[in-house]
Every structure is written in structure tokens, then in C-alpha cells.
Design a protein around this ligand. Structure first.
Ligand SMILES: [Fe+2]
Length: 379
């Protein structure tokens, strides 16, 4: 691996207490939970799609085999609205839950994070939103992702939608890390191509942004480059023939872990900051909005660190022999654009109905509400 070692600011690294990775890992939840927690009532947070795909049964069976009673809450919807979180909290309190399990995509896991800290908390949930505002650790929590993209299972970030104010609020706290994250690539086999594409491009952006952000450091670089490599080499395969290619799914899940681990140390950057206003205005998924912004943000930023963008080109398999460092760096933008196009996502704002007159407003929103992403997250 190339060495980008340089003097950096003090950096740190924080993850869930335990990570279990591998095909079939989800079936170990009962045993692992029994060994780690004193309790008997698990509150399983998921959505109807995951339940319909038959993924709840195995997790439930494993917990029940170890003596846990399992209460299933399958009302999660995209964007994790506060009203849904509070419905879950009420049911979990009534059932006497002492363990929270989040099973699904980012919305299920974010909803589970909020339910976990709200069960013992008597005040308003809004008092816990924002940076480091969660007052106390909640119930023990285990997260099992069924998509390969958000990395929410390894992060302390959660995004909730306030149905009263209409705001989407990004929050994080040391208390919202999982006690245990179980990543089982076989659960992602049946993901539809579109979901694979959107979550895969998001995962790629995490690996890339964490590599070039101003808080990148020698530790995050290790994870970032491996994430860029794994996602760029496997996303097309997982998209085209994912239900038959467990190797590609395994590599994608591992690539997601790499990017998420890198973010934990270095933060993300302007691709994420710029994607939020467009996603809200045109009702785009996070992955689509990321794909729209990523090539332009890369093209704008690349003069700040040509060596790193050139390394991205090389690791993505671009032919860079004989090119200058600037040309090699520029090749990374085209390589990323091709990846986005190959998995069927748009690369032009006009393709999603964006209008130029909206852009000044977007810029203002980015520089006020999302400036922390431009500066990169701090713990
Ligand atoms: Fe993201």
C-alpha cells in the first residue's frame, strides 16, 4: 500500500464493543446475546420488507433457543420518523424489553438506536437530538444490517425525521454505538439491484471521502483505500448478478465496514454536505443524491491532494502509466462517474428534474446547516 503518512492533528477511533462478521453470523445472535447480557426480553426493530423476506425468523429462532422472549416491531419506515420511534418505545416499555435488536437497513438501525435510549428516558426525545445530546446509555443493543451501504451498525450517528417540524436531524453520541454489530453478508443476497446500487454508491462515497477529507489520518487511510478497492471492484458484480454471487456480497459488506471504520476516525466531507438539500428538495434517496454530487465535488477538490486522487485511480484499476499526477488524479473522476452509470444511477442533476434557480438556496443550506460535514465530523 502507498504511504500517505504525514503529521496530522490528534486522531481517534471508536467502534462498537464487538463486531462479528461472516456468512451465517446472524444465527449466532442468541448465543452471543446470552453470553454478553443479563436479560430475557428482546425488542426486535425491523420493517415489513425485511420480515416478508424471511430474515426475522432466523434471528428470532436463535434468540428464542437461548431463552429470550422476542417482541417484533416491524413498523419502521424510511427516514425513521420520530412518531414511529415513540410508538416503538411505548410498546417496548409495555413489554418490559431489556435488549434492543435492530435488523434491517439504516432506517431500522437508526430507529433501534433511538428506541434504545428513549426506553428509560422520561423527557422529550428532542432533548436528545444533535451532537452528544443523548443523556444516558439506553438498553443494550445489537444491530444486524440487511443492506450493504449505510454502515449505521458500526457508527454512532442516527438520522431522525421530525414529523412535527419537517426537519431531518442528524445526531450522534457515544451512547448510540452498538454493544454488538453482527454483519452477515448472506442476508444481503436477495437485495434488489437498485438497492444494491444506491447503498453501494453510498458505501463507496464513505471510503472515498474519508480518504480525502482534511481529517484523514494514517489509521483512516488504511481502511479508506481498502474500502475504495473492494467496493469499486465488486459493486458491478453485486448489482448485475447479486443473488448468485455470495463472494461479491461478502466483499461489498467488508468494503462497507472499511469505509465506515475510516469515517469513525476521519469524518466525511462535501459530497455528503451537498447531497442533503438536493435529496430533500427532489425527494431523492441518499445513494442517488450522493451519486449526483460525487463526481463534481471530486473534480472541484482534487487539486488539494493530487497524490491521493491519483491513488484512487490506481486502486480502481485505471491505466495511469505515462500520465502526469494531475492527469492520473483527474482519471479518478471519470472512473467514479462510470461506476455510477454502470449501476444505473443518474450523474446529472437535470435527470432528476433539478432547476438552476434552486442552487443558491442549496449553497446557503450547505454552508449553514451542513458545514460540519464540510469541516468533517469531530467527536
Ligand atoms: Fe452516506
Amino acid at each position: 500500500m502507498e504511504d500517505f503518512f504525514k503529521m496530522t492533528d490528534i486522531f481517534m477511533f471508536q467502534l462498537p464493543r464487538k463486531i462479528i462478521f461472516g456468512n451465517g453470523a446472524a444465527a449466532k445472535i442468541g448465543n452471543e446475546a446470552r453470553g454478553a447480557f443479563v436479560g430475557e426480553k428482546a425488542f426486535l426493530v425491523t420493517d415489513k420488507g425485511v420480515a416478508k423476506a424471511g430474515l426475522v425468523k432466523g434471528v428470532m429462532g436463535s434468540l428464542e433457543a437461548e431463552g429470550f422472549k422476542v417482541q417484533v416491531f416491524d413498523q419502521v419506515v424510511p427516514d425513521s420518523p420520530i412518531s414511529v420511534v415513540m410508538r416503538g418505545v411505548e410498546l417496548a416499555r409495555q413489554g418490559g424489553a431489556d435488549l434492543v435488536v435492530g435488523l434491517g437497513g439504516g432506517s431500522s438501525i437508526d430507529t433501534a438506536k433511538a428506541i434504545s435510549f428513549m426506553i428509560p428516558y422520561q423527557g422529550d426525545i428532542r432533548e436528545n437530538l444533535g451532537i452528544n445530546q443523548v443523556k444516558k446509555p439506553g438498553l443494550p443493543k445489537i444491530f444486524i444490517p440487511t443492506t450493504a451501504g449505510t454502515g449505521s451498525e458500526l457508527s454512532h450517528t442516527f438520522v431522525l425525521y421530525d414529523d412535527e417540524s419537517g426537519d431531518k436531524i442528524t445526531s450522534y453520541s457515544p451512547h448510540t454505538f452498538a454493544d454488538m454489530a453482527i454483519i452477515d453478508p448472506s442476508l444481503t443476497l436477495s437485495l434488489p439491484p437498485r438497492v444494491t446500487a444506491e447503498s453501494g454508491i453510498d458505501a463507496f462515497s464513505h471510503a472515498l471521502e474519508s480518504f480525502v477529507t482534511i481529517r484523514a489520518n494514517p489509521l483512516s487511510d488504511l481502511f479508506s483505500l481498502r474500502g475504495v478497492e473492494l467496493v469499486s471492484k465488486n459493486l458491478r458484480k453485486a448489482f448485475a448478478k447479486g443473488s448468485h454471487n455470495l463472494d461479491a456480497r461478502y466483499a461489498m459488506c467488508f468494503g462497507v465496514c472499511m469505509g465506515t471504520m475510516a469515517i469513525r476516525s476521519s469524518g466525511i466531507g462535501a459530497v455528503h454536505a451537498t447531497c442533503y438539500p438536493a435529496a430533500m428538495k427532489y425527494n431523492l434517496s441518499h445513494g442517488v443524491a450522493i451519486g449526483l454530487m460525487m463526481p463534481s465535488v471530486m473534480a472541484f477538490n482534487l487539486i488539494s491532494n493530487l497524490d491521493k486522487y491519483a491513488a484512487v485511480s490506481r486502486i480502481m484499476g485505471e491505466r495511469v502509466e505515462g500520465l502526469t499526477t494531475l492527469e492520473a488524479a483527474q482519471a479518478s473522476v471519470e472512473a467514479v462517474k462510470r461506476l455510477i452509470v454502470d449501476v444505473g444511477l443518474p450523474t446529472r442533476l437535470s435527470e432528476v428534474g433539478a432547476r438552476q434557480k434552486d442552487f443558491p438556496d442549496f449553497a446557503r443550506t450547505v454552508m449553514t446547516r451542513y458545514a460540519h460535514h464540510v469541516r468533517a465530523l469531530s467527536f
